[in-house]
Structures are given as C-alpha cells and as structure tokens.
Design a protein around this ligand. Structure first.
Ligand code: PEP
Length: 254
C-alpha cells in the first residue's frame, strides 16, 4: 500500500521578530490558513518568543510550535544553550536540527547534528534534520556524496528503532536566502537519493518519513516543487516572514 504523507510547511523565522511582529504575522497567517486542514503548519520563532507564540497558536491544533535548534546535552554547564526538555516545556513539538547556518556559523558536525536529532527524539519531540550541499560541492559533482554522508550520520545514530521519527529537510546551501531555488527536478533527484538511503536501513521509514525541501521557496514556486513525488513539504525562511507569501505556500500544499 502506498503511504500517504500529509504535507508539512515549516516557517523558520531565523533571528527575526519582535512581540508585535509575531502577533500581527500570526494573526494574518492563522486567518489565511484557517480552512486548510490537510497541511501541517509549524512555526519556528527565536527561543525568546516560543512561549508567546505557543499562546498565540494554542487554539489552532493544525499549527504547531518548533524550535530552530537545541543542545545535544540534557542539562548542565552549557551557558547559552537550551535543551530539548526545555523546548518541550515551552510547548514545542518540533526542533530543527543541523540547519546549514548552524553547520556553517557554529561548526556543527554531522555527528553533532545526529546527536541533537536523538536528543530531540528522547524528549518525544520531532526532529526536522537538515542536509544539503554547498554550491562548490554541487558544481564539483559531490551532491550525492555529501548528502549521503550527512544522512548516514543520522541513520547510524538513530538506528531502525528511531529513524521513522525523523523528518528530513533537503536544503541546498546555494538556494538558501539567495532567491535561486532548486528546480523541481533537482529537488526530486536529491529527495529520491535521501529516501533510497533511508530505505537501506528501514523500508518502513523510507515510506513514512517526510522529506521537506528548503531554499528560496515562495508563493510562486511552491506548487511546482510540492508536486514532486518525494517532496512532502517545505522549510521556508524569508517568505515565512511575509504573511501573504506564507499563506500562498500553505495553500499550495493542500
Ligand atoms: C531556511 O532558512 O531554511 C531557508 C530555506 O531560507 P529561505 O527560504 O530564505 O531560502
């Protein structure tokens, strides 16, 4: 039987926002998506707004809260870090692990991203674990090698028991915030590589795991990428800060 994977649209606000911005943006997004019950919407604000956003979305079960990062540790002397159990306390259901900006600016390794993925699952939260190649890696024909290496670290750490709890996001680094999205075919090719790799560990997980695409998704290009067989949703950065754009992307997922 073919698995039906409900589409998911994730808003990554990155380090943007303020209380009034969160209020007005969410008011518009909640209103504009109120009839869309066949898409999972996840809002990932900066840590300090998590609790506030949790309150704003509380009456909307189709909209969930996510964090942009978490510590791999459960507690202790890690100044400035936030654990997955704290994120759970704040009302989170999802955690983005290994975003390319974390890998690039905070030197997160494949192994660390895999440990964060497991730390998230241990708190019964759902990791959205990001992979993707740089422009240089794509141009030198290394896309498959890089993505498989990043995926393998997660597969190894999670094993068969946990892997079906991971949502993956393919985010080519060259497409993030550049206005240059991958073409639907380029995205589908890599999503297939990822699903096949998961299938090497667990056929069941390969069928059920969601694989999101992220990288300059807008209201104009979302439908085309979402129509691909192995694209189960989008991780949206810039366009998630514009209510009209974000609503269009959510509509394209239904
Ligand atoms: C992201 O932050 O994960 C992202 C995909 O950003 P953008 O949509 O702006 O490219």
């Amino acid at each position: 039987m073919t698995e039906v994977r409900q589409k998911m649209i994730v808003a990554n606000w990155k380090m943007n926002g303020a209380f009034d911005m969160a209020y007005s943006l969410l008011e518009e997004v909640l209103d504009g998506t109120r009839n869309l019950d066949r898409v999972d919407i996840v809002i990932c604000p900066p840590y300090v707004y998590l609790h506030y956003v949790a309150q704003l979305i509380a009456a909307n079960p189709r909209v969930s809260l996510g964090a942009q990062n978490c510590s791999e540790h459960s507690a202790g002397a890690y100044t400035g870090e936030v654990s997955s159990s704290m994120l759970k306390d704040a009302g989170c259901k999802y955690v983005i692990c290994g975003h390319s900006e974390r890998r690039q600016y905070h030197a997160e390794t494949d192994a660390e991203v895999a440990r964060k993925t497991v730390a998230t699952i241990e708190q019964h939260l759902a990791p959205i674990t990001c992979v993707g190649e740089t422009l240089e890696e794509r141009q030198s024909g290394k896309t498959r090698m890089v993505v498989e290496r990043q995926i393998d670290a997660v597969l190894e750490r999670c094993g068969r028991e946990l892997i079906d709890q991971v949502t993956f996001a393919y985010e080519p680094v060259w497409a993030i915030g550049t206005g240059r999205s991958a073409t639907p075919d380029e995205a589908q090719d890599v999503h297939r590589i990822i699903r096949t790799r998961i299938g090497g560990l667990s056929e069941r997980a390969a069928a059920s795991c969601k694989i999101l695409y992220g990288g300059s998704v807008t209201g104009d290009n979302a439908a085309a990428v979402l129509s691909q067989a192995d694209v189960d949703g989008c991780l949206v950065g810039g366009a998630s800060l514009k209510s009209a754009q974000f609503i269009e992307i959510c509509k394209a997922a239904v």
